[in-house]
Design a protein. Structure first.
Length: 341
């Protein structure tokens, strides 16, 4: 059986190359070609023909296929990829003043069952490999012709439930011979798997951590995020404060504004109290309506009022820019529609 080089770290590739009787520096060349977007060995023109033939015999570069792309007038691109075994995953390409960012998925489906999230409908299908995570970025670079400078692991899946692949992916994209993306330009988002958060602070103190918070108390959180029953809010917030102390880095809290659920004056007051004194940033996200759950987003006007209130309490906060508003799909919706076909 051929081995898939896409899933190999540079060290693993060096071992493979050595076993094939080649000089170790060849590994670096092949790794660089993969991360430059080469989909086949024939594109690796600085390798001898004999080596390319040997690679062809023993190995392959299994890439994701682009199923559809929706491009918005503001440059945002929503990608639906098909994996080699027929699963669908979503990624989003976004242009910012500071550079280009890609939001990637870490799993096909998600086991966490948050009620406002289209990605969780249908449950977890399987973990993505490190190569499949990296290839979302490589494929988008190839498709857009643009260099990606920032990565957000915030698409479908709970990355801390796929920690081995996540850490391998981080090392691969951070490597100079890979995408050479600084750890400080990478953000990983979790719904709050506390033991892994602690591990992550030790392993990657420079990578930004975002928490899908979405509720100011256990009552609301239990209702919309089942994870909260295992890891209650007071323990999660204590773990966040510890993370800030340990890493010295600001935490981002994602808060999807759901009309009539978590956007009342009382809820926002509780949120301000919860985060008081922490080095953090709140990202308010007016939820895209998810028709499967019947939940509706708060208005942008309400989001503005909430932002003003939090800022007034000394909590830095932004209302997420409506990227790609002329392409209709909410996060996870492209995949969901494709699964229904
Ligand atoms: S919000 Fe994140 S953790 Fe929750 S179901 Fe969606 S993808 Fe999974």
């Amino acid at each position: 059986m051929k081995v898939n080089l896409m899933d190999m770290s540079l060290a693993e590739l060096a071992e493979f190359v050595e076993e094939a009787g080649e000089k170790p520096f060849r590994a670096k060349q092949i790794f660089q070609w993969i991360y430059r977007g080469a989909a086949g060995f024939d594109e690796m023109t600085d390798l001898s023909k004999a080596l390319r033939a040997k690679l062809e015999e023993r190995a392959e570069i299994k890439c994701l296929d682009i199923e559809t792309v929706q491009t918005s007038s503001d440059g945002t691109g929503k990608y639906l990829f098909r994996t080699h075994d027929g699963n669908f995953i979503e990624s989003v390409f976004m242009k910012y003043k500071y550079g280009n960012s890609v939001c990637i998925s870490s799993q096909a489906g998600c086991a966490m069952g948050c009620s406002f999230c289209a990605s969780g409908i249908g449950g977890l299908v399987r973990d993505l490999t490190a190569g499949e995570m990296a290839d979302q970025i490589i494929s988008i670079e190839r498709d857009t012709g643009e260099k990606i400078s920032h990565i957000v692991v915030m698409g479908t899946g709970e990355p801390f439930n796929n920690y081995g692949a996540l850490t391998k992916f981080l090392d691969m994209v951070h490597a100079e011979e890979g995408l050479n993306i600084g750890l400080r330009n990478i953000t990983v988002s979790t719904c709050g798997i506390i033991p892994v958060m602690e591990q992550f602070a030790d392993d990657y103190p420079q990578v930004n951590l975002a928490i899908s918070l979405h509720a100011p108390n256990d009552e609301i959180r239990n209702e919309i995020m089942p994870v909260s029953r295992k890891f209650p809010l007071n323990e999660l917030i204590a773990a966040c404060r510890e993370h800030v102390d340990k890493t010295g880095r600001r935490i981002t809290f994602e808060y999807a504004l759901i009309r009539g659920v978590n956007d009342s004056d009382d809820a926002i007051r509780q949120l301000a109290n919860l985060l008081r004194g922490m080095i953090c940033h709140v990202n308010l996200i007016p939820l895209n309506d998810v028709k499967e759950s019947g939940l509706r987003g708060s208005s942008r006007l309400r989001a503005g009022e909430i932002a003003e209130f939090l800022e007034g309490r000394g909590i830095p906060c932004t209302v997420r820019r409506e990227l790609g508003s002329d392409i209709d799909a909410a996060c996870g919706q492209l995949r969901l529609n494709r699964m229904k076909d």
